[in-house]
Design a protein around this ligand. Structure first.
Ligand code: ADP
Length: 164
């Protein structure tokens, strides 16, 4: 199957920042698995099935990208998939300390895989799922930062009072 990369995250919901990382990774690796964390300490706006479903719809055009949910430890999922790379996006220097620690720990747990960081494209650096949820819940317009399908889901879930 070639070189497999896992792109793990919460994806609550998937944003244009995430899909930009996927698009670029799909051109580098043979197969990319976007792995949606089911066991998360975060209180998510969307259930795991909803987060998977939105990501699948948004990424449908990429033939070598697959969306799967994973339970438990990422390291086990990475090993079970036979992946060689764990992909993470970096938006700012502030992301670095935590991501560096995570990469070090994952290397200990699955020595056969390495973390690969892709920098965000400049115009997506300020996009985060949490900020988008917050803006949507306060009635702001987030159409520019997410796929139309995600926008509709956000409006339905959080933005009952959404104005222009
Ligand atoms: P997690 O809870 O694991 O941080 P997220 O869904 O928030 O999950 O993010 C998954 C990955 O995508 C992380 O590596 C994060 O840094 C990256 N990411 C999030 N938003 C962007 C963006 N706008 N540009 C590039 N990478 C991003």
């Amino acid at each position: 199957m070639g070189t497999i990369a896992i792109y793990p995250g919460t994806f609550d919901p998937i944003t244009k920042g995430h899909s930009d990382i996927v698009a670029r990774a799909a051109g580098i690796f043979d197969h990319v698995i976007l792995a949606v964390a089911a066991a998360t300490a975060k209180n998510t706006a969307f259930s795991t099935d909803e987060r998977v479903d939105l990501a699948r719809q948004v990424l449908a055009e990429y033939k070598n990208v697959e969306v799967r949910r994973f339970e438990g430890l990422l390291a086990h999922f990475v090993r079970d998939c036979g992946a060689k790379a764990v992909l993470r996006g970096l938006r700012a220097v502030s992301d670095f300390e935590y991501e560096f620690q995570l990469a070090g720990m994952n290397k200990k747990l699955v020595p056969e895989a390495d973390t690969v960081f892709l920098p965000t494209t400049e115009n997506y650096s300020y996009i985060s799922s949490s900020l988008i949820r917050e803006i949507a819940s306060l009635g702001g317009n987030v159409a520019e930062f997410v796929h139309p399908i995600v926008h509709a889901a956000l409006t339905e879930r959080l933005g009952k009072r959404q104005k222009a």
